[in-house]
Design a protein around this ligand. Structure first.
Ligand code: HEC
Ligand code: HEC
Ligand code: HEC
Ligand code: HEC
Ligand code: HEC
Length: 506
């Protein structure tokens, strides 16, 4: 022992250094080995069965990737939160229109007033579509774009070219295309092959509607700070269109796969399925897009004519991607999958939870990885956001009902369409905003401040419309512009959509 205390010789230092170096190399090798094992475990490439572009049956993929498949199957389970996650295997979900009675009157004249329910898990997307009473009105084959594992059918329709098949699909009736899907053996809800390349398992998007929509967004000039590769593409040569499967980052793909379906769209038998993004992703941008769209006969675009008032109405559909795009999470790079498909540990393996559902049922993994507050506190914060949004929605609904009452009264007093035009235009604007937030499924959470802005405008336009209807008699053209054409947008646009700028509504 004494020898060691007697001081260090040069030879001793060199020897010790060598020993440490060898030990360090050993530890490094061990770490590399562990890391390799971990990544092996995370991406198990042991393929017991082959999967290819036509393997739409998820159970086949499940042989290779049982952990993801097991959690995917759980989307059939019944879950419930205060505002979301309704579902169950035994019965169709609770009627949304009974919870918010104004919804029914708002949708009069549209198939949605017949049947509009709370959504449920992915496992049901095809059967729920096949069963909805909205199908008592004939529907287009485009409906299947987001409700089935449809790519092989598109390839079949397009002689091998999926994009061509997609472009033809809107002309088929839902019934015919759905029968074809069943005949071909592809009647599955969203499946592994829709989000993953069968060769590499890398995330990818397949849906033509999304690919065309995001291209149009990139080619426009709306700011998209939350999608950095779009900005990068815009600065490049633009020799090829923006291609999410080539240009997007892995993090963006973790939202794009969901944006194949959770978006606003137009789907009917008179034009191909359209994602309306060339002007941008806000409620106002999308409204501008629709206002600039005309049907083949030159008629301005609308989804339905309101059965009570006669207004040409725009219907909004689940704009989750669009609203998320306006929020702080998107801006901070937090993707849909971070909250709805969080990682879970399975031994040394990290598995993405394919039980896509409300994150409020999974706060520890969905939120507490980033927010270090107690679960109860996080839930209370979400509830506060959702409650405020719900209250604003009801106020907007009340205002819209008052507008409809005023229009009805004016008609009873003999008002003409021409005299009611300002009120009807304001109904279109108010209802678009109200529906944009009502149809979005997070009850305001995805972008609370933006949702409140949109609902504030909805109530304001509805009240302006009510005033216009009450004053239908003495309304000179100038006054119309003052009431109906008032610009409330913070950007101070010169012109209000729907107005030709001369105080006359088109
Ligand atoms: C920061 C976390 C977070 C991100 C990111 C996020 N969401 Fe959500 N989402 C939520 C919360 C919280 C709710 C409300 C759930 C509830 O009320 O039960 C929700 C609700 C939903 C719902 C309705 C769920 C239900 O159970 O009814 C859908 C659909 C949805 N989000 C889709 C998306 C899509 C698509 C994206 C990406 C474009 C996205 N979300 C991004 C947290 C997130
Ligand atoms: C192919 C289209 C499609 C894709 C892709 C898709 N969804 Fe869905 N999603 C649906 C449909 C359709 C429903 C409603 C099913 C029903 O009610 O029968 C739904 C339902 C949901 C729900 C409600 C679940 C519940 O239990 O109530 C959530 C949450 C959700 N999706 C989130 C996501 C997220 C996050 C992604 C991306 C990881 C995604 N979805 C990808 C079409 C899709
Ligand atoms: C762009 C994708 C897309 C298209 C096209 C689409 N859906 Fe959906 N659909 C969804 C998503 C996402 C949900 C889940 C979110 C929700 O319910 O708001 C859903 C939910 C539903 C539901 C369950 C909830 C409800 O509203 O009752 C039915 C039924 C339905 N769709 C029928 C249809 C029909 C019929 C068509 C054709 C007219 C259609 N869908 C076209 C994406 C789409
Ligand atoms: C709606 C899109 C979607 C569908 C459908 C889907 N996945 Fe995934 N999957 C994802 C996302 C998002 C990730 C996370 C990828 C990442 O972070 O790079 C993922 C990750 C994975 C991974 C990598 C390891 C992990 O867990 O993160 C495997 C393996 C996988 N999925 C298998 C499957 C299988 C098998 C199916 C069908 C049963 C399936 N996926 C269906 C979106 C999807
Ligand atoms: C990957 C990280 C990440 C995850 C996961 C995440 N957040 Fe956040 N969250 C953020 C960031 C970043 C901000 C912006 C504020 C900041 O920088 O601290 C934020 C802000 C918020 C805010 C305040 C902003 C607002 O919109 O009012 C709330 C509330 C919130 N998060 C709730 C949640 C909930 C609930 C979940 C789970 C469903 C969740 N977050 C998941 C990173 C995350």
């Amino acid at each position: 022992m004494k020898r060691y205390q007697s001081g260090w010789t040069t030879g001793g230092v060199v020897a010790l250094t060598i020993v440490i170096a060898i030990a360090a190399a050993g530890v490094t090798a061990l770490l590399v080995n562990i890391f390799e094992r971990k990544s092996e475990a995370r991406e198990p490439w042991v393929r017991l069965v082959e999967v290819n572009e036509n393997t739409t049956d998820p159970s086949v993929w499940g042989t290779n990737w049982p952990r993801q498949y097991d959690s995917y199957l759980r989307t059939a389970e019944a879950t419930r939160t205060r505002f979301g996650g309704h579902g169950g295997s035994e019965a169709l979900p609770e009627q949304k229109i009974e919870r918010d009675p104004w919804l029914k009157r708002m949708f009069l004249g549209y198939a949605f007033s017949i049947d509009y329910r709370d959504r449920r898990g992915h496992a049901y997307m095809l059967v729920d579509q096949e069963q909805t009473e909205r199908l008592t009105k004939p529907q287009t084959g485009s409906c299947l774009h987001c409700h089935a594992s449809i790519m092989p059918l598109y390839r079949e329709l397009g002689d091998g070219d999926a994009m061509q098949g997609f472009e033809a699909s809107y002309r088929y009736s839902y019934k015919d295309l759905n029968a074809k899907l069943h005949d071909m053996g592809h009647a599955h809800p969203v499946s592994c092959v829709d989000c993953h390349s069968p060769d590499t398992m890398a995330l990818r998007v397949t849906r033509p509607g999304f690919i065309l929509g995001i291209q149009a967004l990139a080619e426009g000039d709306a700011p998209v700070p939350h999608l950095p590769t779009v900005a990068k593409w815009r600065e490049g040569s633009r020799s090829a269109p923006y291609d999410p499967n080539v240009d997007a980052s892995r993090n963006e793909m973790r939202s794009y796969v969901c944006a194949q379906c959770h978006v606003e769209y137009y789907c009917a038998s008179n034009m191909p399925l359209t994602f309306p993004w060339s002007e941008g992703l806000t409620a106002d941008d999308v409204e501008t897009f629709w206002n600039n769209t005309t049907f083949d006969d030159g008629q301005r675009f609308f989804d339905y004519r309101h059965a009570e008032s006669g207004a040409e109405i725009l219907k909004a559909q689940h704009p989750e991607f669009e609203l998320w795009s306006q929020g702080i999470h998107a801006r901070s790079g937090v993707a849909c999958a971070d909250c709805h498909m969080p990682y879970q540990r399975d031994g040394a393996t990290k598995v993405s939870d394919h039980w896509v559902r409300s994150p409020l049922l999974n706060v520890s993994r969905a939120c507490q990885t980033c927010h270090h507050f107690a679960e109860a506190e996080i839930l209370a914060r979400v509830d506060a956001i959702q409650q405020r949004n719900f209250d604003l929605l009801q106020r907007g609904g009340d205002a819209l009902m008052d507008l409809l009452d005023a229009i009805g009264q004016a008609r009873a007093e003999g008002a003409s369409d021409e005299q009611l035009r300002p009120a009807l235009e304001l109904q279109r604007k108010a209802q678009w905003r109200l529906d944009f937030i009502a149809a979005e499924n997070s009850m305001g959470f995805h972008a609370p401040q933006e949702a409140a802005r949109v609902l504030g405008e909805a109530a304001d336009y509805a009240r302006q419309g009510q005033v216009a209807a009450l004053r239908w008699r003495g309304q000179p053209a100038g006054a119309v512009a003052e009431v109906g054409g008032q610009d409330v947008s913070p950007a101070g646009d010169e012109e209000v959509p729907g107005s030709n700028g001369n105080g006359q509504f088109q």
